[in-house]
Structures are given as structure tokens and as C-alpha cells.
Design a protein around this ligand. Structure first.
Ligand code: SF4
Ligand code: SF4
Length: 316
């Protein structure tokens, strides 16, 4: 009887995390239904339409997208000389209305990092100054990607011969402008290609020196996320770089109740549990987004012993 009550209390205390895990598993399998098809002898092509209608992620099967996600699709279109106004507008609207809920609750790469972080080890914090500097890394990557795609897109419409030369010169950077910087590309496009090439009797030409560097780099990132939760989201993810610019203006935000919150010296649990190492208590009570870094996982809200963290929409 006592153990049943204890279990119920534990579930209630972790209700947000449990709900989040269920949604993450469901989203992971929906987006990557090819995995289910590989394990079980069923055809789930019907899901493709549903996934495309949710303008969040493309599945790796989508022949229109030279990439694994919506952002990859946007960048790919730009490199092909098409400016995807509609998709960009949809992306901004999603961010304005749901903040980075996608990152915390749906993104399969976030889910993979959360699985790594769930391995019971003592989590480490990166020194504050180093952490702040590393946060800028993802913006450097976005600038590099932009420097690749814009000349490609412009020359496609103005000087096609030069565009072809540029494409040859840029090689794999031109085929997958975002590929090197995207863990989702690595896991859902690049890695299956490599595995297929290993097991199928076809010429294997994808893995040159760059390929080994990418495999080594992303393997390291995944291993590090056991001790440093969401390390890829914090410092590398191109989607994080783009969305952090918008989310400070999102209608959906988190705030802190100044009456209930007892502060860092007496508590500070919210900051201890935050996987993004956000200095929540340095931010205004009215709302905090960690300068757009908060992925809305709600771990801080769940663990706050004084129920001081609130979800607010607009001015409510
Ligand atoms: S966990 Fe809650 S009470 Fe503690 S510092 Fe954070 S917001 Fe304040
Ligand atoms: S601030 Fe809270 S909701 Fe945002 S990432 Fe950190 S723990 Fe998650």
C-alpha cells in the first residue's frame, strides 16, 4: 500500500518528464517511421503525407528534401535559387506561438541526447565564460552555411555556368549545405547511407577523409551528451541558432513568481536541473528564455519546490 502511494507520488512529481518522454518516443517513430518498417514487415508510406502536412520535419524519405529536416529543406531550396517564403513564414509562426517546444518535446535529435543524458552519471557544468563563448559557435556555423548557399542560389538564377563550376568546386558542401553542421543529417541521412554502402555490394564512395572527420566529431558529441546534456543543441544546432533569434518575441514564455521564488542562495534547483545551463535566476521575473536558448523542456518548472515557475501566453 505504502509502495503504491510512493509510486503515485513519484509519477506525479515527474509527470511533465513522463509526458515529454511519451511524446518524444511517438514523434521519433513518426518522423523516422522507416525504422519501424525496417524492423517489422509493414509499409507505412501513408504516414509520409501526415508528416509533410505538419511543417516541422521532413522524413529522410522525402525526395524533395536534400536533408532530414525543415531547416535543411529551407537551406537546400535557397541553394537552388528558390527563396521559400512560405516555409520561413510557417517556421516563424511556429516559433512565435510555441517557442522552442519543438526542441524540447519533438526533435528526434533532442530525444537521442536526452536518452544519453538519462544514463546515470554526475552531470557536469561548463565554466560560465567558456559556455557563453561556445554558445556563439552555432552562429559561426550559420554564417558559414549562408556564405555557401547564397552565392549558389544567386548564381543559379544569374550565371548558370558559373553556378555549375561553383557547385563542382564546393563538392559535398554544395550538395548538402547544412549537412556538416546537422546531427539529424548525420544520423538520418549520412549514417544510413554509410551503413547501406557497407552492407550492399555497391561502390562505396561517400566516405572520404571528411566522412571520417564527421563520424568522429558526431560520435564525440553524442558521447559527451551523457555528461553535458543537450550539448549539440547548445553549441552547434543550426535550428537552435535560427530559432533563438525569434523566441525572445514568442507569445509562449516562462516566468518566475517573485513572491514564491527564494533565489539562488537558498535554492537554485531550477538552474541545477536545466539541461541548457541557463542562468534562470539572472533573468527578469517577467519572463526568461536564456537569450533564446531555453528549449521549453519544463524541467525547471517540474523540479521547482516552491512552484514558482509559470507558463504564460501573451500577457496572461
Ligand atoms: S527552483 Fe524555484 S524557488 Fe528555487 S530558485 Fe528556482 S525558481 Fe526559485
Ligand atoms: S530554462 Fe527550464 S524549460 Fe528552459 S531549458 Fe532550462 S530547464 Fe528547460
Amino acid at each position: 500500500m505504502i509502495s503504491l502511494r510512493f509510486k503515485r507520488l513519484k509519477i506525479r512529481a515527474n509527470l511533465i518528464t513522463i509526458t515529454r518522454r511519451i511524446i518524444q518516443i511517438f514523434a521519433f517513430l513518426l518522423i523516422n517511421y522507416i525504422i519501424i518498417e525496417t524492423i517489422f514487415p509493414i509499409n507505412l508510406l501513408i504516414l509520409e503525407g501526415i508528416i509533410k502536412a505538419l511543417p516541422v520535419l521532413n522524413t529522410p524519405r522525402n525526395p524533395l528534401s536534400n536533408g532530414a529536416g525543415m531547416l535543411e529543406y529551407i537551406f537546400f531550396s535557397m541553394a537552388e535559387g528558390v527563396f521559400p517564403f512560405f516555409l520561413i513564414a510557417v517556421l516563424i509562426l511556429i516559433l512565435l506561438f510555441s517557442n522552442r517546444f519543438f526542441c524540447g518535446w519533438i526533435c528526434p535529435i533532442g530525444a537521442i541526447q536526452d536518452v544519453c543524458a538519462a544514463i546515470p552519471t554526475k552531470k557536469k557544468k561548463i565554466k560560465l565564460e567558456t559556455h557563453k563563448n561556445l554558445l556563439n559557435l552555432k552562429y559561426v556555423f550559420i554564417i558559414i552555411i549562408t556564405l555557401i548557399i547564397f552565392p549558389l542560389g544567386i548564381t543559379k538564377n544569374t550565371n548558370f555556368l558559373f553556378h555549375l563550376d561553383l557547385k563542382t568546386y564546393l563538392g559535398v558542401f554544395a550538395q548538402r549545405p547544412i549537412g556538416f553542421f546537422s546531427l539529424s543529417e548525420f544520423i538520418f541521412v549520412f549514417l544510413p547511407d554509410i551503413i547501406q554502402n557497407i552492407f550492399l555490394p555497391v561502390k562505396f564512395d561517400a566516405l572520404e577523409l571528411g566522412g571520417y572527420i564527421i563520424i568522429g566529431f558526431y560520435t564525440l558529441i553524442i558521447v559527451l551528451s551523457v555528461w553535458y546534456p543537450r550539448i549539440y543543441c547548445r553549441y552547434i544546432c543550426p535550428f537552435a541558432a535560427v530559432s533563438s533569434v525569434v523566441t525572445d518575441y514568442s507569445f509562449l514564455k516562462l516566468s518566475r513568481n517573485p513572491v514564491k521564488c527564494v533565489g539562488r542562495s537558498e535554492c537554485g534547483i531550477c538552474e541545477d536541473v536545466c539541461p541548457k545551463q541557463i542562468r534562470i535566476l539572472d533573468e527578469p521575473f517577467e519572463f526568461f528564455t536564456g537569450k533564446g536558448e531555453c528549449n521549453f523542456c519544463l524541467k525547471c518548472k517540474e523540479k521547482c519546490p516552491h512552484d514558482a515557475i509559470l507558463i504564460k501566453f501573451g500577457n496572461i
